[in-house]
Write a protein that binds this ligand. Structure first.
Ligand code: ATP
Ligand code: MG
Length: 334
């Protein structure tokens, strides 16, 4: 399918990320509904062509766990990628809308992500590099698929925003400068699963004691002022108010859009904590199998952390394979 920009009619905005924006479009010649991802790049023309060549790999990705791609083209100064439209959106939007995700669904998310990662790595030697709720999509058929994987090294290098690739889902070893490996994706998966199961980003509250409060900026302090000033247990410092926590998670993400070192202080502090503190855990209320699985994802030492292949052998993934949970019916409830 040779897609031209002028054949695409915009239907709606789907969202905005650090690297660009996504719109829902109709490809008028065929009537196909697509998601068009627009990325502003800063690269010379030879590099742009190289990026387009690299993006070709996306066309060769055929897996039920990976978003399919219709075509990519340059629309100066942007690169556009037309990908499969997923009508239920991404899991960050879903849990913000409906709250914590049913653990049966989280189990299937874990399974789909592992299958997707295994496919990308075994067939194309690609590491995803950006596993997080906003890159896991759902459609009303109940399919769960991965998007935004690192097919193009040149694209990653050329995205105009220099903070792209820095994320709060980053593994301790990545924060310390190690190369990406498939195990970094597994760490990000572990964080993602806790976030979905509990309905909140798990890292904002790792052992924040009174000393750390001095690091809080005015904005967050005023959030404390307007609410309970003395949270009763340490976990609740950011968790006592769901809305405030959500706002903070959002802030943490949006902080990445600025190169302003001052604004990034809280992010840097968070990254220190990821390296320093014990990894978060799922909690036993979700069942032993789930807890054991997430612990295996969040081993701080990458040598102890599991690979997608060995994680697929975990008991919780047997539950996923045997699952009779009706995701399609569940997706119809929101
Ligand atoms: P970041 O830029 O930090 O990776 P992000 O993943 O939210 O954040 P984008 O990848 O630009 O940013 O996506 C923006 C939003 O568009 C997503 O949160 C998702 O909800 C929506 N979206 C992306 N791809 C699709 C798709 N194929 N179908 C439906 N919605 C999509
Ligand atoms: Mg994305």
């Amino acid at each position: 399918l040779d897609i031209k920009n002028e054949d695409l009619r915009k239907l709606a905005d789907l969202g905005q990320g650090n690297g660009g924006s996504v719109v829902k479009v109709e490809h008028e010649p065929t009537g196909t509904i697509m998601a068009k991802k627009i990325v502003l790049i800063d690269a010379k023309s030879s590099v742009r062509k190289q990026i387009l060549r690299e993006l070709q790999i996306m066309h060769d990705c055929h897996s039920e766990y990976i978003i399919s791609c219709y075509g990519s083209f340059l629309a100066e100064p942007n690169i556009c990628m037309c990908i499969e439209y997923m009508d239920k959106g991404s899991f960050d939007g879903i849990y913000r809308k409906i709250g914590a995700i049913d653990i049966n669904v989280v189990c299937l998310v874990a399974h789909s992500v592992l299958e997707g990662l295994t496919y990308l790595y075994d067939v194309h030697r690609i590491i995803h590099r950006d596993i997080k709720p906003s890159n896991i999509l759902l459609n009303s058929e109940g399919s769960i698929k991965l998007c935004d994987f690192g097919v193009s090294g040149e694209l990653i290098n050329s995205i105009a925003n220099t903070f792209v690739g820095t994320s709060v889902y980053m593994s301790p070893e990545r924060i310390q400068g190690a190369e990406y490996s498939i195990k970094s994706d597994i760490w990000s998966l572990g964080i993602t699963l806790i976030e979905l199961a509990t309905g909140r980003f798990p890292l904002c509250d790792i052992s924040v004691d009174d000393d750390d409060l001095s690091d809080l900026d005015e904005d967050r302090e005023s959030e404390f002022d307007s609410h309970n000033k003395t949270p009763t247990h340490r976990d609740s410092i950011f968790g006592f108010n769901k809305k405030a926590n959500r706002r903070l998670s959002k802030r943490v993400d949006s902080t990445l859009q600025h190169e302003d070192a001052v604004n990034s202080m809280s992010i840097i502090e968070l990254m220190h904590q990821i390296v320093r503190e014990p990894a978060p855990r799922l909690g036993e209320q979700f069942g032993e199998e789930a807890e054991e699985f997430v612990d295996a994802c969040l081993a701080k030492d990458p040598h102890e952390r599991h690979t997608p292949k060995t994680l697929l052998e975990y008991r919780w993934m047997d539950d996923a394979r045997d699952s009779t949970f009706d995701v399609k019916a569940w997706a119809a409830t929101f």
